[in-house]
Design a protein around this ligand. Structure first.
Ligand code: PMP
Length: 459
């Protein structure tokens, strides 16, 4: 039985949080790290991390399933990537803003893994490359409207940061959701450039195309809805999306920032056998280094090649991140890498479900092995609104707190995605299940006493 207590766990973290809050807005560098997003009573302040483990400034060691919110596909400080980047840094330099050998090598490595990305460009974050994908799609089609789905997150840019996790009071009818800005400070006029649709609903998408097909430049989707519960697309849904976009001359954009290089060698599109016109990658692409990519059909990217559509950026494809991409792609390209990851994730997810059942709780899991999520519900959600409804009845906050106190770290928002890396061993999975077994009675008590509800704000 764990002997940790929250007070002992957080003493130094609390002091650092108080100190940081004097000048750093909110004491943290991103909304997802704040107490508002579930890190209570204080955010975990990291001392160091290695492999599947992370140590905080209070000396607590955690089995980490947050994995940097996705990038750490090889775990913390993966030797081949760190070696390649260190060599680049020590022997050649970190920053040129000039052409170099590694960017072509990195681009070839990405295209080989995701063949729909015939041509591509690199950038620094998912947000930035999504913004470019929208621009490329509009330039290619000469149209303006983008169809986006409720509950999906495509980065924080004004262009697309609408209806991410709207409150149900403002979200409007399920079949024709309102276009709700997800932050203050976003010009209301931009809502006019978007059409918000419910996800996983073929009829709703057919209706949108029947009514406004000629205005639609692109449909953008997370092919697995990682940002609202690891929700899988229903049978035939992405296929129909592919057909409709093709029939109406619209560009299909897969935002694989979270799923790319994670759910399989070829991302979600490889798993489902669907070729989008444009793809955005980030996170696992650099295995911990800040790099993203946008690419797709040759004739779309040729707009960039010939300069009709602007793509630029001082830090684009720096030699440091290109060295990381080449090394990371080689390491995750080892035979069996994704099969092992998937098997471990499935063992973990199904083990958690069994433990919850044994404690008398309803439970199931969603997603795929390397990106999976436990739900205290009989069946996983199919879209954002179902996810919210389940979260409101869920004892997940207790599960999260009990796990954290025992040294297991998952993402607090959306009921906790488990992200598995190549550094997680079978033994790690078994240890996690033992710790989760200790946590379950408290979760069952919380459920029985009605201590349920969502974790709170997300971004
Ligand atoms: N798209 C998706 C699907 C994401 O999950 C994220 C990040 N969570 C983004 C875009 C934005 O990426 P970044 O944080 O690198 O800007």
């Amino acid at each position: 039985m764990s002997t940790r207590s929250t007070t002992r766990r957080t003493a130094r973290s609390q002091a650092l949080f108080d100190e940081a809050s004097r000048h750093l807005a909110g004491g943290v560098g991103s909304g997802t790290r704040s107490p508002r997003s579930g890190w209570r009573p204080v955010p975990v302040f990291v001392a160091e991390a290695s492999g599947s483990r992370l140590t905080d400034v209070d000396g607590n060691v955690y089995l980490d399933y947050q994995m940097g919110q996705g990038p750490l596909i090889l775990g913390h400080r993966p030797a081949p990537v760190i070696e390649a980047v260190t060599r680049q840094l020590n022997e050649r330099g970190s920053m040129w803003a000039l052409a170099h050998d590694l960017e072509g090598l990195a681009a070839a490595a990405v295209s080989a893994r995701v063949p729909s990305m015939e041509l591509l460009r690199f950038g620094n974050s998912g947000t930035e490359c999504v913004q470019y994908a929208l621009r490329f799609a509009r330039a290619f089609t000469g149209r303006e409207k983008i169809v986006r789905f409720e509950g999906h997150y495509h980065g924080w840019s004004d262009a697309i940061h609408f209806s991410v996790h709207p409150s149900l009071d403002e979200a409007g009818p399920r079949d024709a959701p309102a276009t709700v800005p997800s932050s203050s400070g976003i010009p209301a006029a931009l809502a006019e450039t978007l059409i918000v649709a419910p996800w996983n609903d073929v009829e709703a998408l057919e209706r949108v195309f029947a009514e406004r097909g000629e205005e639609i430049a692109a449909v953008i989707t997370e092919p697995i809805l990682g940002n609202a519960g690891g929700v899988l697309p229903r049978q035939g849904y992405l296929e129909r999306m592919r057909e409709l976009t093709r029939e109406h001359g619209a560009v299909l954009i897969f935002d694989e920032v979270l799923t790319g290089h994670r759910v399989g060698a070829g991302g979600a599109q490889g798993l489902f056998g669907i070729e989008p016109d444009l793809t955005v990658l980030a996170k696992a692409l650099g295995a911990g280094f800040p790099v993203a990519a946008v690419g797709g059909r040759r004739e779309i990217l040729e707009l960039v090649t010939d300069g009709r559509t602007m793509h630029g950026g001082t830090y684009n494809s720096s030699p440091l991140v290109c060295a990381a991409v080449v090394a990371a792609t080689a390491a995750t390209g080892e035979p069996g890498f994704y099969e092992t990851l998937t098997a471990r994730g499935e063992r973990l997810a199904s083990g958690l479900v069994e433990l919850a059942h044994a404690a008398g709780l309803e439970a199931c899991w969603s997603g795929v092995g390397p990106l999976c999520q436990l739900w205290f519900a009989p069946k996983p959600p199919g879209d954002y609104r179902e996810a919210i409804a389940l979260a409101q009845r869920s004892p997940f906050p207790t599960f999260f707190a009990e796990l954290l106190d025992r040294g297991v770290l998952v993402q607090p928002p959306q009921e906790g995605l488990f992200l598995i890396s190549g550094a997680h061993s079978d033994e790690d999975v078994e240890t996690t299940l033992e710790l989760a077994a200790e946590a379950m009675p408290a979760v069952a008590r919380a459920a029985a006493e009605g201590r349920v509800g969502p974790m709170g704000g997300v971004r």
